[in-house]
Design a protein around this ligand. Structure first.
Ligand code: A3P
Length: 296
């Protein structure tokens, strides 16, 4: 596929204390100066926490009734632009976001909280943050880095595990990301903090909580349609949500809608790796009000 030739695996570098790559920093001025509007909704996550799942839920909540064709004709990465992305020969995330004609604009970011453009805070925008337990998040990220040809080379699993623990992956430390966003919740009331594991356990309940936060009250029928549209198998089948149209991913290596489970880490971690990981985890996760489940 000639389209794949334009992309090369990127190299991590320290960017204001966070490991980043050129594809997410080249447009920095424009990203930082992005003008948010008061009704914009920011979907913020550490990569692989369930961003796409929540993005589709939000898109269907806002537009599923008035524009249901979006779900079968527009890739999710165009419906919900990824703010900081700049890939060669593709519209930048900022350009896509600025050109969105819908209200509200749904915008995705993986930025650690200190990098979020200040206009989102000034405009008091609603923010939906999704977090996923570190072990499953890491496994999902490992496979993503293997199959996405623009990501830094993940190396083998054991190398990757240690890099993840040290924050030497794109967008930096998972530990800092989930903790700093969690802290923000105490002072910024328009932040809704969700967990992937809760969504797996009871998607309907989590959609209800999300609707309460957003001030939405979908009918039972609308909610059923959303639940159906965002079921793992249905999102996996839908080319507009499964990333099969995104040419930097090699689906022969892995898929985007890969497993969609809690606990796949058990198929990756050895007993020794798990012990080492757990010991380190306790040292880093000192705010015990933030708790993750590694099984449901
Ligand atoms: P796995 O690799 O563990 O399967 P993101 O959208 O943040 O990149 O996250 C991708 C992860 O969310 C993948 O995890 C993907 O399978 C999972 N995911 C996406 N949609 C899902 C859904 N409807 N139900 C469960 N998991 C989903």
């Amino acid at each position: 596929d000639p389209k794949k030739m334009e992309f090369t695996r990127s190299v991590l570098f320290d960017f204001h204390g966070v490991q980043m790559t050129k594809y997410f920093t080249e447009n920095w001025e424009k990203i930082q100066n992005f003008q948010a509007r008061p009704d914009d909704i920011l979907i913020a996550t550490y990569p692989k926490a369930g961003t796409t799942w929540v993005s589709v839920i939000l898109d269907l909540l806002y537009f599923g009734k008035t524009a249901p064709e979006r779900h079968t004709s527009i890739p999710i990465y165009e419906r919900v632009p990824f703010l900081e992305i700049t890939f060669p020969s593709m519209d930048s995330g900022v350009d896509l976001a600025e050109n969105l004609a819908t209200t509200p604009r749904l915008i995705k970011t993986h930025l650690p909280i200190q990098f979020v453009p200040k206009s989102f805070w000034e405009q008091n925008c609603k923010i939906v943050y999704v977090a996923r337990n570190a072990k499953d998040n890491m496994v999902s990220y490992f496979h993503m880095d293997r199959m996405t040809l623009t990501q830094p080379d993940p190396g083998d699993w054991n190398t990757y595990l240690h890099r993840f623990m040290e924050g030497k992956v794109l967008f930096g430390s998972w530990y800092d990301h989930v903790n700093n966003w969690w802290k923000k919740k105490q002072t910024y009331s328009k932040l809704h903090y969700m967990f992937y594991e809760d969504m797996i356990e009871d998607t309907g309940r989590e959609i209800d909580k999300l609707c309460f936060f957003l001030g939405l009250s979908p009918s039972a029928e609308e909610k059923n349609q959303i639940m159906y549209g965002v079921q793992f198998d249905n999102m996996k089948k839908n080319d507009m949500t499964n990333y099969s149209t995104f040419h930097v991913m090699d689906f022969k290596i892995s898929t985007f809608m890969r497993k969609g489970e809690v606990g796949d880490w058990k198929n990756h971690f050895t007993v020794a790796q798990n012990e080492e990981f757990e010991e380190d985890y306790k040292k880093r996760m000192t705010d015990h009000t933030l708790q993750f489940r590694t099984e449901v």
